[in-house]
Design a protein around this ligand. Structure first.
Ligand code: HEC
Length: 98
């Protein structure tokens, strides 16, 4: 149902940021689910991503990628993503209801 709703939103051209690609973003988000839970709803070990602000999440991801922030896992994981992909995935999680 959520996918249908997203598709309708796209068809109607209601404005996402110009280049938000919900399908790509959701696919990228799957690589986070193994640790952060389905749709970023963590079962408690890792932080919950669902509903985090897009801008703050994107900043954290870039900080991990460029070594401004270190963790146990994240700085390794995000190196496989382009900056644009990290922005897409931040947008995706910001839209998930907690
Ligand atoms: C291998 C497990 C693993 C995967 C895969 C993973 N994470 Fe994480 N994530 C963690 C852990 C563990 C932390 C806590 C910081 C640390 O130790 O690295 C974390 C922290 C974070 C934080 C910081 C949250 C906060 O409140 O400070 C964000 C944002 C985040 N992850 C986003 C993502 C996104 C987006 C993906 C997919 C692109 C992802 N993570 C994939 C394990 C993972």
């Amino acid at each position: 149902m959520k996918k249908i709703a997203l598709a309708l939103v796209c068809l109607c051209g209601i404005s996402f940021a110009a280049d938000y690609d919900p399908v790509k973003a959701e696919m990228l988000s799957l690589s986070c689910a193994s640790c952060h839970g389905t749709d970023g709803k963590s079962n408690g070990i890792t932080p919950t991503l669902a509903g985090m602000g897009k801008t703050s999440m994107n900043k954290i991801l870039l900080d991990f990628k460029y070594g401004r922030q270190t963790g146990t896992m994240m700085q390794k994981h995000v190196k496989g993503f382009s900056d644009e992909e990290l922005e897409q995935v931040s947008y995706y999680f910001s839209k998930v209801k907690r």
